[in-house]
Design a protein around this ligand. Structure first.
Ligand code: C2E
Ligand code: CA
Ligand code: CA
Length: 416
């Protein structure tokens, strides 16, 4: 490892800066940021490109971090980031998520815009490790694990971190710190408002925690049942009036793969619909293809039962997960949501546009609706119009916002 002495000295300095922490409060954290498949990158673009990538990554890291954080180079396109003075473990998760997001953006290298496969792993002291060496190992192991994460970042799973995260999220659920945000969904042809997707938001005492972080915490710590119950009830509470007043309007709720396997989920959704007086046809549950990996039979049977009650079933992030289509044989899907990576890739990439066209056609052949996610530009919407896509959502028309604000803004459109 290059600069090992510098790195260890920086970690020691950060440990000494630790405030008076209790046994469950991390004092400092370490991120490891690495470009994966570097040899492949070099074969494609040359050694000079990887040298430039190294510089560009360092530059982006320096700009992303707090003044107290330090970046140390630990190898080819690999960096360690020392994070002193953390409030809690989520703070480290937040830093990892921010760095991973920035690293997903393309880099300008040798006059070309290129993307690199970069993952971020984090570990905190004293929870995950007793020494600087162990902290580096833990963060590096998490960085390797992050290859399997959609968002390309992960925290070390060792230590009491899960317990702390569990307590913080549990507390947030009790204290009503979670909020329902809604993103409008519109018709591709004609543009009328057709529904909303419910997206959870958590404003913790230390700032916003991204859903990718707290949903993963909920899944790992067994709080997903509680979060799902909250999400269904809170969403229906906000949307019930609009859904009753406007037949045909729909509200979509994300169900995580584990939530589908929760005992009694079909009855729970049914009873929430009855309590809020919402017809089942107005509700769509969104699940990702990965839901079919763990227990395909039970997943298909639960979704079949749910569908039989009248609730719509959408496949979320379509095209990014489980590649086999066999699961589509076993239950009736009502909506395919084309992942935003395909939508964003359409401009100037005919193959991407062909893929989107094929997904729309597949949806229609299955008797389902095609929904495009993440529409940010007019050109994308125009392409979707040409391709006959049914619905879309995206920043081009509307960002997710607090449920009451979005519903108030939608009222004139709904009354028209
Ligand atoms: P998702 O279900 O794929 O949700 C769509 C994500 O795309 C949302 O991110 C939304 O804010 C974002 N988005 C919408 N339009 C655009 C656009 O034009 N451009 C870009 N770049 N992004 C756009 P968000 O809210 O951060 O949620 C992330 C993921 O967290 C969701 O992905 C979903 O999988 C999960 N999630 C959010 N709320 C819940 C929830 O209540 N329950 C469960 N189980 N998962 C949730
Ligand atoms: Ca979704
Ligand atoms: Ca999605």
């Amino acid at each position: 490892m290059l600069n090992r002495d510098t790195l260890y000295a920086t970690i020691e300095a950060a440990r000494l800066q630790a405030p008076g922490t209790g046994p469950t409060t991390p004092a400092m954290g370490l991120l490891v940021v690495r470009a994966q498949r570097l040899r492949e990158f070099e074969r494609l673009f040359g050694y000079v490109a990887s040298e430039r990538l190294q510089v560009a990554m360092a530059d982006r890291l320096e700009h992303a971090l707090r003044r107290v954080d330090s970046v140390v180079s630990i190898g080819e396109c690999a960096f360690a980031v020392v994070l002193p003075q953390l409030h809690d473990r989520q703070h480290a998760a937040l830093a990892a998520s921010k760095v991973a997001r920035l690293m997903r953006e393309p880099f300008e290298v040798l006059g070309r815009s290129m993307r690199a496969s970069i993952t971020v792993g984090g570990a905190t002291w004293p929870e995950d490790a007793a020494s600087a060496d162990e902290l580096c190992q833990r963060a590096d192991a998490a960085c390797a694990d992050a290859v399997h994460q959609r968002e390309r970042h992960a925290l070390s799973s060792r230590g009491g971190g899960e317990a702390v995260a569990h307590d913080a999220l549990h507390d947030a659920l009790l204290r009503n710190q979670l909020q329902v945000y809604l993103q409008p969904i519109h018709a591709v042809a004609g543009g009328q408002l057709l529904g909303f997707e419910s997206l959870a938001r958590w404003q913790s005492d230390d700032g916003w925690i991204p859903p990718s972080v707290f949903i993963a915490v909920a899944e790992q710590t067994g709080l997903i049942d509680e979060l799902t119950r909250w999400s269904i009830n809170a969403t229906l509470r906000h949307c019930a009036d609009a859904l009753r007043a406007q037949p045909g309007l729909t509200c979509s709720i994300n169900l995580s793969p584990r939530a589908v396997l929760e005992h009694g989920i079909v009855e729970q959704i049914g009873s929430s619909l009855r309590i809020w007086g919402v017809p089942p046809q107005a509700l769509i549950v969104e699940i990702t293809e990965t839901a079919f990996v763990e227990d395909p039979e039970t997943t298909a049977s639960v979704l079949g039962e749910l569908h039989a009650t009248g609730v719509g079933i959408a496949i979320d992030d379509y095209g990014t997960g489980y590649s086999s289509l066999s699961y589509l044989r076993n239950f009736p899907v009502t909506e395919l949501k084309i992942d935003r990576s395909f939508v964003a890739g359409m401009a100037g990439n005919p193959r991407c546009e062909q893929l989107v066209a094929a997904m729309i056609e597949l949806a229609h052949r299955l008797g389902a609706t095609a929904v495009a996610e993440g529409v940010e530009q007019r050109e994308e919407l125009e392409a979707l119009q040409r391709l006959g896509c049914d619905r879309y959502q995206g920043y081009y028309t509307a960002r997710p916002g607090p449920a009451d604000d979005v519903l108030a803004a939608a009222r004139p459109a709904l009354e028209a």
